[in-house]
Design a binder for this molecule. Structure first.
Ligand SMILES: Nc1ncnc2c1ncn2[C@@H]1O[C@H](COP(=O)(O)OP(=O)(O)O)[C@@H](O)[C@H]1O
Ligand SMILES: N[C@@H](CCC(=O)OP(=O)(O)O)C(=O)O
Length: 371
């Protein structure tokens, strides 16, 4: 079973406030150095690793000399702004010892809810990974209000795993993994080694945060695992205090709790396209394209006769025959006006017609389901 993490190539690692800030007392630089060492070793063996790190507020409080977490939102946001500097400085220093660059990405809910910002965030992140840079992600605490906050970074970690289509999410925390009950309250609680992420029994076992400095607790980690599984990613919850936890997980060692996804990334994405999307437009396609789509091939611009509706790049659209029958639906690589310009044209003409080429297909077969 633990080959699931070993076989993953794209990983999201989330480190929680409880670890990064050593229970709220500023940044634990030794811990940061140690994760950087392990992530550098993973990169060297071909893994692509994105780090979601908490700690901005706690680091800011220390820099500002505040011993108590303030109540006022504006003070928390000010602390996050000050502390985020310290956090990324510490990571950049730690990774530079291993010849790696880091990049700071601060996200909000809106960035992931809006389709075109989502796609931009995705292409920036995947480009950074291709360049060998380690993205360091946190919530953009300075601009969010209570109502629109992710709040805990477990949720953010799962959304990032979905965003970049990671195969695994590793959540490092201050416990060995998920126990049958909160081990701080119940000394008889035992560690769960593995199970299906969707298994609803885990929610009842999981409680809130362990320390005042953390936000989510175990319940948000279980929900993050469920969310990650919806895009086919497995989640492992393990202790960040465990020696070489990341390296050992990557070698397939059974530490922590593995909450595995039961469908593959591709199945999960296709299911999502089939089930959930409101369609933003129609592409009327010729008979040749109808048979190409029915045999599982991508849709090329040359097979499109007419474009109906006004949609953005990445929107879900229906592909219909001339008679109006829905043949397939999928996520389109160009917006409506670009589609109109390249409809009926060969792929080789896209660059000249639009001034750039994003993808050779209008809809890639991985982003399409036949009806
Ligand atoms: N069933 C459980 N198993 C393990 N830990 C649990 C459980 N229920 C609640 N917890 C608490 O969750 C805490 C970890 O979450 P949290 O404090 O939010 O840390 P982090 O900052 O790493 O996200 C643990 O310290 C533990 O007290
Ligand atoms: N974005 C906040 C962290 C949010 C938070 O504490 O989340 P978590 O580590 O999941 O308990 C910060 O950097 O201080």
């Amino acid at each position: 079973m633990r080959t699931k993490i070993r076989n993953a190539r794209r990983l999201v690692v989330k480190v929680g406030s409880a670890l990064v800030t050593n229970n709220g007392a500023g940044l634990d630089k030794d811990a940061l150095d140690d994760w950087a060492r392990q992530i550098a070793a993973l990169r060297a063996t071909g893994y692509e690793v994105t780090l979601v790190s908490s700690g901005a507020i706690a680091a800011g409080m220390q820099r500002l000399g505040w011993s108590k977490r303030p109540q006022a939102m504006s003070k928390l946001q000010a602390a996050a702004a000050v502390g985020q500097m310290g956090l990324v400085e510490a990571y950049e220093k730690a990774f530079s010892r291993h010849g790696l660059h880091t990049a700071q990405i601060l996200l909000t809910h809106e960035d992931l809810a809006d389709r075109s910002r989502y796609l931009n965030a995705r292409s920036t992140l995947t480009t950074l990974l291709e360049l060998g840079v380690v993205p360091i992600i946190n919530e953009n605490d300075t601009v969010v209000t209570d109502e629109i906050k992710f709040g805990d970074n477990d949720t953010l970690g799962a959304l990032v795993a979905n965003l970049i289509e990671a195969e695994a999410l590793i959540i490092l925390t201050d416990q060995q993994g998920l126990y049958t009950a909160d081990p701080r309250r119940d000394p008889t609680a035992t560690l769960i080694s593995e199970g299906r992420a969707e298994d609803r029994r885990y929610e009842a076992m999981a409680g809130g945060a362990g320390t005042g400095i953390s936000k989510g607790g175990m319940i948000t980690k279980i929900r993050a695992a469920q969310r990650a599984a919806r895009s086919g990613a497995h989640t492992c919850i393990a202790s960040g205090h465990e020696t070489d936890a990341l390296l050992r997980l990557a070698q397939g060692e059974a530490i922590g709790t593995l909450l595995y996804a039961t469908s593959t990334r591709l199945q999960a994405r296709k299911q999502w396209i089939a089930d959930h999307l409101q369609l933003a437009g129609d592409l009327i396609i010729d008979d040749g394209a109808v048979s190409a789509l029915k045999s599982g091939r991508s849709l090329l611009p040359v097979g499109v006769l007419e474009v109906r509706g006004d949609f953005e790049r990445g929107a879900a659209v229906a592909c219909r025959s001339i008679a109006g029958e829905e043949v397939a639906r999928g996520l389109v690589n160009y917006n409506a006006s670009e589609c109109r310009k390249i409809a009926r044209k060969p792929t080789a003409a896209i660059k000249e017609l639009l001034g750039y080429i994003d993808e050779p297909e209008l809809i890639h077969r991985d982003n399409m389901v036949a009806c």
